[in-house]
Design a protein around this ligand. Sequence first.
Ligand code: T1G
Length: 692
Amino acid sequence: MTAINAVTDLTREGDIAVITINSPPVNALSADVRNGIRDGVQQATADTAVKAIIVICAGRTFIAGADISEFGKPAKGATLPELQAALEGGSKPVIAAIHGTALGGGFEMSLMCHYRVAVPSAKFGFPEIKLGLIPGAGGTQRLPRLSGVEAALEAILSGTPFSAKQALEWGVVDTLVEEGKLRDGALAFARKVIDTKMPLRKIRDLNDKIETARGHLEIFDKIRREYARKYRGFEAWQVAIRAVQNAIDLPFDEGMKRERQAFLDLIPTAQSQAQRYVFFAERKVWKIADVPDDTPTLPINKVGVIGAGTMGGGISMNFLNAGIPVTIVETAQAALDRGVATIRRNYDNTAKKGRLTAADVETRMGLLDPGLNLDSLSDCDLIIEAVFENMDIKKDVFRKLDKIAKPGAILASNTSYLNVDEIASATSRPDYVLGMHFFSPANVMRLLEVVRGAKTAKPVIATVMQLARKIGKIGVLVGVCHGFVGNRMLAQRQREAQKLILEGAMPWDVDRVIYDFGLPMGPFAMSDLAGLDIGWSKETSKFSTIREILCELDRRGQKTGAGFYDYDEQRNAKPSPVVEKIILDFAAKKGINRRSISNDEILERCIYPMINEGAKIIEEGKAQRASDIDIVWINGYGWPVYRGGPMFYGDLIGPDKVLAKLKEFEGTMGADFTPAPLLESLAAEKRRFQDL
Ligand code: T1G
């Protein structure tokens, strides 16, 4: 065994050279790994006794892509074109032996080899699009030559890995070897290559699949139509389509050259920087400073859910999906039946779309135990309360639960605003109480705000974070404050939106700016969807806001066919002359001189106070880091991933510019815009939220 460098070694099995890469955690194609492969292949090629070369990885996976942390930094080590020359351009057959996930640059590196073998569990894919990039080492030129153009476009634009079985069908891999016996299987295949004198098969020379697509521009029109909605506001997807089109229209080397340039041009873009930031931010959320990875966790084998309404039902489905039995409790049979029926209907709809079998539906429903008696929760390991958002009601429920639940059971509230410490104070076990704030629809939305109470024990935190991962959520640890992270910042935007429509804008102006910025909908369309009468009642109504007046007029949102917008039968929204008049009259009565308000002001008034509130949240320690806040907004509120999140956006604009604008607004509109001390210091020290 010869050590090529710290992460690569070379061994000989008779006349076969085996280059083994060992660079945990995912053998990313870092400078060291690239150097190791290049130097290993050159050494093996120079060795006259060697007839074939195998490239294989140690650890849990084949190369899972370029090392994302190297992007944007000065290039070092062997380049990808150099690797191509050593592999594809070499004089001896190179076989890539693949297990785990061959992704991005790792997959491309394997396509530079003459042959590929894999274990059946291996996966292949181009996730670059999720990083605001395109494959930059031949993926857009080589994959279409194997899989055909449509399949290649699908793989590159979806970023979703495909199976080894699919790879075999497409000729991406030449054979599948026995699971767990990759090295032996690769050696046997190399033996066959040598003994049967198989040629140096270069994918670059395979043109039949691209020739059949030549002139069929409809392929690209169709894929553009298909992805236009999903990629509204994104840049890289159009660049990817262009690159694949080049594979058809241009000679291979020209296509490669243009792909490389397009890839290099995308790296410094704000979108790719944002999406790469989010990649690491999504992995940081799980790291809790004072709750180390080896903190003991509690077994969660049975869950109780109180309340079978929209939230209770959705919450239950997460655990049923993970094979965890759920006891769901309601106060009335009718409400219970309605809740259980909704869960079954949701599963039936998923089955209709072919994403579940009828048996899967029955398995999940079989794990659900509906009841009207709280006592049935006495053997649950975790009980989640999802009742009406009222402190007294919640404290009453927790008081009862405290008597019923077994020792060591975790009690969680799905409150979206209320003080979890006060709820915990209703029990004798505040160390086993925390918030688990799901987002509607709870079985779909990925975000879970895990609200840490003042007394919540570390094993309870560790247990719930681990459970979040198990039910497919991204858990973000937040502290107790009104509205936690997401809703607390949302309140800033909603407040300004309400003020803007009095000062001169119309609801549809504000919504258009927020929609064009990249969010799925603006504040007023969102209110209409949720219902304007949440927390409103005729009894308490004082006609003090536009929303109250609309409710009085039974314009309660989409559900009544009218709210801030008028809705047609298909629920398409259109600006409402009725609302326009209500707003103008209301402003006049308030003596407000309306003025024309620019789109920039609308955006800054809606977003900058959110960034400012985010700074306060960090100051108060209600979030561990700025990127956690960004993960909350991307996964809970539809903030576009290509803008990285409110705090990343604040860094992009510059804390100094955000501060200056807030001060300007404060000067004319008062304390709603008073900058957070943290923002002041970041601006003064020319630092960013990311540097914290
Ligand atoms: N670069 C750097 N670090 C990476 C990495 C990568 N490509 N992939 C993973 N990590 C780190 C990650 O941050 C974490 O670190 C640890 O590895 C475990 O990851 C030229 C341009 C492979 C499916 O986009 O999808 O190639 O938090 O927690 O859930 O065309 O990681 O422990 O410190 O995610 O088991 C394309 C990204 C790059 C693949 C494993 N490749 N990775 O998932 O573990 S662009 C990707 C993944 C490219 C070329 C282009 C997943 C995984 P830490 P993890 P996992």
